[in-house]
Design a protein around this ligand. Structure first.
Ligand code: SF4
Ligand code: SF4
Length: 339
């Protein structure tokens, strides 16, 4: 474990601030105690630090001049390159310089650069058509390598941009990434092809969903309030989206699908341009996007088989907003009926 503290500077580029809102929920002890426990020093954060105006600018200038060591530059929000590539859609107040310019300059000084959220990672929602601000990610523009820093960028420590994707990302993904970097245990092999740490990206958001029983029997919700699986009709992309979203609770409990909201694949590059938010695109009645974790032919065969064997309890509960047939009383209300 390093003796000196791991210094983190946080910038908000083209951002709604949602990633910071997510971050501050982190941990029973509270965010600052958690960061302290991992030896992380928050040098400056636009919403959480006391310094504003001249004092804040002085911190940035000291880092840029190499007078103050920077272990990690964290960027939240897309880098806005518009209009016409000038970056002047976002000026850092009091400096006359674009945020794109500050990000590029400070990235050269940092031991590692971390994109927090899918906007900073890939462009995110600001990049959706018509994209007047010419939004891009730090090292990806949607699914294409490039972005504000360029495909070949490597921070001083040797890593490409570490992409804590999500809109917003789980607070645990952010803090655990920073903790792993502070401990020196996050290497290039620990990132997937889109720069995401594998500790959360090696899962699908579907894994652990409370609606998994309905999924297995292809017993599907028809309205947003129904208890059934949201994939067939209501656009759930969790079988194609990475993240352990349904294995660790958000805000102490729940997840998107637990709350009745279909997964929109927010951890995926280019999710903002994908077809079918909250409605499932189909061809000949078959969903276009099929699960990543099994071959298409298997899925089709299993779906047909399981639909033909759906228990009455599961079929009826799937299209209700509460349990209408409890387990063990499936047949005309008698105990010990179909499960
Ligand atoms: S609602 Fe989505 S995450 Fe839940 S079981 Fe269905 S496909 Fe999987
Ligand atoms: S369930 Fe889907 S939309 Fe929700 S946080 Fe996870 S990846 Fe994003």
């Amino acid at each position: 474990m390093r003796k000196d503290r791991f210094s983190v500077l946080w910038l908000q580029a083209g951002s709604c601030g949602g990633c910071t809102m997510s971050l501050i929920e982190h941990g029973r002890r509270g965010l600052f105690a958690e960061l302290d426990a991992f030896g992380i020093e928050l040098v400056w954060h636009p919403s959480l630090s006391e310094e504003t105006g001249e004092e804040a600018r002085a911190i940035l200038e000291a880092v840029e001049a190499g007078e103050r060591r920077l272990d990690a530059l964290v960027v939240e929000g897309s880098v806005l390159m518009g209009p016409a590539g000038t970056g002047r859609c976002q000026i850092l107040a009091g400096t006359g310089r674009t945020m794109a310019d500050w990000v590029t300059s400070l990235a050269r000084r940092a031991g590692v650069v971390v994109a927090v959220g899918s906007c900073a990672a890939y462009g995110g929602i600001p990049r959706a058509e018509p994209d007047p601000a010419e939004a891009t990610g730090l090292q990806f523009d949607g699914a294409d390598r490039g972005g504000a820093l360029g495909a070949g960028f490597r921070a001083k420590g040797g890593l490409p941009v570490v992409a804590v994707a999500g809109c917003a990302p789980h607070p645990g993904w952010i803090v655990e990434t920073l903790a792993a970097l502070a401990a020196g245990v996050l290497s290039a092999e620990d990132l997937d092809g889109a720069g995401r740490p594998k500790f959360f990206a090696d899962h699908l958001a579907h894994h652990g969903c409370s609606r998994n029983e309905f999924y297995e029997f292809k017993a599907s919700a028809e309205r947003a309030s129904d208890r059934g699986c949201l994939m067939e009709h209501l656009g759930c992309k969790a079988t194609q989206a990475v993240g352990d979203c349904n294995q660790r609770a958000w805000n102490g409990s729940g997840s998107c699908t637990d709350g009745g909201y279909a997964c929109i694949g927010c951890t995926s590059p280019g999710f903002e341009t994908a077809r079918g938010f909250l409605v499932t695109p189909k061809i000949a009645g078959i969903p276009v996007g099929l699960p990543l974790d099994m071959p298409k032919a298997w899925f089709m065969a299993l779906a047909a088989l399981s639909k033909s064997a759906t228990p009455r309890r599961v079929r009826l509960n799937a299209i209700s907003d509460h349990v209408v047939v409890p387990p063990g009383r499936g047949r005309r209300g008698s105990e010990g009926g179909e499960g």
